[in-house]
Design a protein around this ligand. Structure first.
Ligand code: DHB
Ligand code: FE
Length: 314
């Protein structure tokens, strides 16, 4: 059975990608940013996930404003780099995992999350910058990555609650995949930033730190936060943080925060990063010594079935 071992979130600031691509990572300004990801690269090298699911947003690179899907799952075998602004980044092509992606699409759509299935797509800094921060700059990305694009650029984006519940549905999908895969879910974007208008340059560290605290300990509080609060407190582009809730929803209720990093600024943006691990599970019932099967009465059986469904739709 596949299982989600951890969730990792990180900002995706495009200027971070430009600093890597133009070999400026050792400059003091950028050193401060990259030094916060040394531990994360070590953690990733140890965790060695078989697959990552990367929840990210496209910035009009793959989807123009003519078509903006709310949630789009990349089911292709590969996703070439593209970008606005600085142009396509010189990074490896992202290899997907079409079998697991198709399984997730089937499972979450049957669970009534209306995903768009995407069989051809390019991926921009929203996805490739976090990959660099977590894996460095290898010739090939070390594992397949399934992109899940979330609309946070055109009103109305999905609610934090919807994002969290999609994470739950993804966890259920992963756990029903028969192959033993260790999966890490990446949540990307944020933290506070606004890149245009009178409030351009807005950064709210107090809000960002409270968001990180709640992400670990009280994500239900974040699920209730309306869009207008993200916009007011974290700037117009701060709404990207709803994507972190997909990651959090895919994890267990109680998680272990193993690492956190926060620095201000990178370009116009506060940079935040967190690693949350699921606690090891009790051995599965397949491995447990045989116990006599408990026969449930029909009413109890129905209640148990309802409880299983509530895990996704509660
Ligand atoms: C900036 C940050 C972003 O997240 C983005 O997508 C574009 C620009 C910035 O800080 O300039
Ligand atoms: Fe962005």
């Amino acid at each position: 059975m596949a299982r989600i071992i951890a969730g990792v979130s990180s900002s995706h600031v495009p200027a971070i990608g430009a600093a890597i691509d133009n070999h400026r990572t050792e400059e003091p300004y950028w050193r401060r940013v990259f030094s916060g990801f040394e531990k994360s690269k070590e953690w990733m090298a140890q965790a060695k996930p078989d697959v990552c699911i990367a929840v990210y947003n496209d910035h009009a690179s793959a989807f123009s404003v003519e078509i903006v899907p709310t949630f789009a799952l990349g089911c292709a075998a590969e996703f070439p780099p593209a970008d606005e602004g600085w142009g396509p980044r010189p990074v490896p092509v992202v290899k997907g995992h079409p079998e697991l992606a198709a399984h997730i699409a089937q499972s979450v759509i049957l669970d009534e999350f209306d995903l768009t299935v995407v069989n051809k797509m390019e991926v921009d800094h929203g996805l490739t910058v976090p990959l660099n921060l977590l894996f460095g700059s290898p010739n090939e990305w070390p594992c397949p990555v399934i992109p899940l694009a979330v609309n946070v650029v055109l009103y109305p984006p999905p609610t934090g609650h919807r994002c969290f519940m999609l994470g739950r549905a993804i966890r259920k999908a992963v756990e029903s995949y028969p192959e033993d895969l260790r999966v890490v879910v990446l949540g990307t974007g944020g933290m506070s930033h606004q890149i245009s208008g009178p409030r351009a340059g807005l950064i709210n560290s107090k809000f960002d730190k409270a968001f990180l605290d709640n992400l670990t300990k009280d994500p239900k509080k974040l699920m209730r936060m309306p869009h207008v609060e993200y916009m007011r407190e974290a700037g117009a582009e701060g709404i990207e943080m709803v994507m972190w809730l997909v990651m959090r929803g895919a994890l267990d209720d109680n998680v272990r925060e193993v690492y956190r990093f926060y620095t201000v600024p990178a370009s116009n943006t506060a940079v935040g990063h967190i690693i949350l691990e699921n606690k090891p599970r009790a051995p599965s019932r397949h491995a447990a010594p045989k116990r006599r099967a408990v026969r449930l009465k029909p009413a109890a059986r129905r209640a148990a079935a309802r409880a299983r469904i509530d895990r996704v739709h509660g």
